[in-house]
Every structure is written in structure tokens, then in C-alpha cells.
Design a protein around this ligand. Sequence first.
Ligand SMILES: Nc1ncnc2c1ncn2[C@@H]1O[C@H](COP(=O)(O)OP(=O)(O)OP(=O)(O)O)[C@@H](O)[C@H]1O
Ligand SMILES: [Mg+2]
Length: 477
Amino acid sequence: MAQILIVDDDHQLRQSFERLLAAEGHAVRTASSGEAGIAAVREAVPDAVVMDVRMSGISGLEAYAAMREIEPRLPVIIMTAFGTTEIAIEATKMGAYDYILKPFDIPEILKLLDKAVAAGRSMRSRVAVGVEGEDAAAADAIIGRSPSMQELYKAIGRAAPTDATVLVRGESGTGKELVARAVYQHSLRADKPFLVINCVAIPETLLESELFGYEKGAFTGATGRKVGKIEQANRGTVFLDEIGDMPMSIQAKLLRLLQEQNVERLGGRQVIPVDVRIIAATNRDLEEAVRQGQFREDLYYRLKVVTMTLPPLRERPGDIPLLVRYFLSRYAREMGQADPGATDGAMAMLTAASWPGNVRELGNTLKKALIFSRGGPLSPDEVTKALGVPLRSTASPDGDGGESMADCIRRELASGREGLFEELMDRFGHLVIRQALEATGGNRSQAARLLGLSRPTLIAKIEKYGLRIEAQARIEG
Ligand SMILES: Nc1ncnc2c1ncn2[C@@H]1O[C@H](COP(=O)(O)OP(=O)(O)OP(=O)(O)O)[C@@H](O)[C@H]1O
Ligand SMILES: [Mg+2]
């Protein structure tokens, strides 16, 4: 649930928004003018604002400027009609989260709102570094006491208050994004925006305009001006995730930004000075990418000056019990349950298991274990189930010492719970995908072929089961 503020002088629009968002489970406040909107933000900062650009009294643009004074990290979505897009673009240049053209469709605005809320929270909800116990479970936290993690905490402390570019490296699921947020939150720019751009999630052609913007007529379809994220984040921090996958053409522009602190919009002639701090992350072997001509050497040297490397979980097994306690306490709280704790047997199993998806996979496994749990401390049996292991012996009904698939299904069906089909299929699917990745050494293209799935389908399943593992560093084909 999020706190949303709607600012519009149209009574009907406010009402329909209120109904729509309440049905989505959000808490909605409304304001009928820019002035009232500013007062509402001053009273309590919401998670996001949706505001009309043209209102009687002060305009949305002026109201946005005043809200930004109160809280620069507040995501504001500007609503605009065709005639007033220039003003909306002006607002994004000042840092507004995004704008949306009226009439908009409902799924579109809901999606945008979700993104805005998540962006605002990732800025404002603190990442606790190296704390334990109750304090940690209440927030996002970086957990771990091993020497490599302690080195990391020191590195965060040293680098955060400087404006240095930071490169965060490590396998999938080791906490790179958490570290990026921690660096930002401990920096002198902590009260300014933090924008995240995932370089693999956005197609090459869009990535360039997303980052740097464009002028009207820059290419077919560029019917107006667009302000890039870098410009939008002026005075703040930009997190370039999966930078190892950034196309070469864009790497050149990024290098220039790092060297000269300015950008040029696509099709534009104007050099626009910007003041942004860059934090980048990758799970790729950048040295290899440089050798193969996929990553610019000059950019690599520029980025790696301050590098933070996250250890994979297998190199710090001593931290697993700490992480288990953290996740159990955190997820139990989120599910409104009491923290069940774990038996020694369960803890030993979790510590001995292999975690190709690192901390993310461990966390997801514990979340599942809590869902299966019938109360009482987590047992080895519940861990086994959450790991999907009982489905291992598919061939013989008597099993090979482990429980056969048929037995497992029979037991679940006798458990008295309902609606089991999806859950059982998921557990089976999880196991199949995990095995396929193991069999191919994490090569997702090969695994997709083996299973007869398209690559995007496979990746969606990997995400769903929390199995993302390091694969991009390998040559796929
Ligand atoms: N040391 C840690 N302590 C507590 N939680 C952690 C830790 N490391 C990672 N997590 C949790 O694991 C999940 C994955 O972390 P994160 O997204 O930061 O990983 P990542 O390295 O960016 O992964 P990817 O390369 O797949 O994007 C998140 O839910 C995060 O909160
Ligand atoms: Mg990440």
C-alpha cells in the first residue's frame, strides 16, 4: 500500500482516481489546487504525487517546484494534454519523475505509479549497513560479519561522501543494488534524487534516448523533446545497473559525461552541463569484455578507480546463519507472523546448500519455507521442501533414498491444503530450471534450447523462482 496524492482542479477526475487507487489498496489524498497540493506535501510527504499541469491558481509546474523544495526525492507524475506537453517536459527537466498524456489508460498510469512509488522508496527507505537484530529486520539491511563484508562496509564509508564514480562488482544476487543504495544514502547527495537505469532491460535504441534525451525530429517518431535521465537527475546520483551490457556506442557518450560533465541530447547541438554522480554495477567479467572488444578500455579504467566487490555466498558460509535469522524475522514480520526461528538441523542444511543465486536465492527459499511452515521453528523437512529437493527422483516410484515425486505429491494432497496445482507445478518447474542451469554451467541460451523455451521465457522463470545466476559473463550462443 502506498500513500498517493492527487492534485487536480477537476472534481470528477479526483474522484475517479480516488476510487481507482483505493481499489488497488492505496491510501489516497486529494487536493484541488497547486497551493493545496503543496500544503498537503508539507503536512505529510506521500509516496508519489499525480498532478495536473494546468490548474486555476498556480500551475502544476510552479507547484512541482515548491514540492521539490520540500522533498527533492518525491516522485511527481505530471498529467498533461497535447497542448501543454512543453510544460510537462520542463517539469521533467527540473526533476519530475515522468509525465503522462491525457487521456491515459488505467493500466498505464497504475504501472507508472508503481514504478514511481518503488523509485521513491528506494531513495528514502534506508539501507542499514552491518547492523543486526531488530534494527536490521525493520529495514533493508546489508548483513554479514565475514572479513570480506567488513572490508566492504569500510569501503562504503570511505567512498560514499566523495563524489567518486563507484563500480560495484559481484555475481548475481550478491547485493550490488543494495550497496549502490547504501553509497547514495551515505553520500552528500542523499537528499537529492537517485535514478536507476538497467542497461540490459532497455533495448539499445531506447537506452540512448532514455539516458541522454532527444530533440524534436532527432529521428523518425521523435515528435517532441525528451529530457534524458542523466539531465533529470541533475545534482543527484544515477545508478547504471548491468553496465557490462551497455552497447559500445553509448559507452562513448558515458565516457564523455564522466570526463566533461555534460550531455548532448540526440539531434541536439546544445551542450548541457550536468552534475551527477555515477554508480555502476555489473556481474560481467569486464576485463574479458575489454579483451573481446565489447567494452571500452578507457571507460573501464575510468570506472574501476573505486571498485567494491561483493563476495559470493559460498565464500562466506559463516554469514549464512545471520542471513537466515535476518530473513526469517523480516519476512515473518511482513507476513504478520511471529518469527519462527530455525532448528539446528534446518540451519545446518541451509549452510551446506549451494546457492548459485546467492543471497537472493537464500532469501526466496526462506520466504517459501515460511509459506509452507505450519508454525514452530523451521525444520529440515520444511527447508527441503522450500529447496524443491523432494521432487528430485522422478524415475523410480520407490525413490533412491529420497522421497519420490509421487510420494511428495500424495503427501501434499493429503495435507488438507487447497489450490495445490500451481504450487506443485511451480516446485517442479523450479527444479527443472535449476537442473538445466546446472547442466549448462549457467548458460541461459543453452538451457533455453535444452528445454525448448524461448530465452525471454526462461529468464522470466529464472526471475520467478529467484534463480538468477551468473550467466552473462560466459559466452552465450
Ligand atoms: N548482504 C545482504 N544482506 C541482506 N540482504 C541482502 C544482502 N545481499 C543481498 N540481499 C538481498 O538479496 C536480494 C538481491 O540483492 P540485489 O538486488 O542487491 O543483488 P544484485 O547483486 O544487484 O543482483 P543482480 O545481479 O541479480 O541484479 C535483495 O532482496 C537484497 O535485499
Ligand atoms: Mg541488481
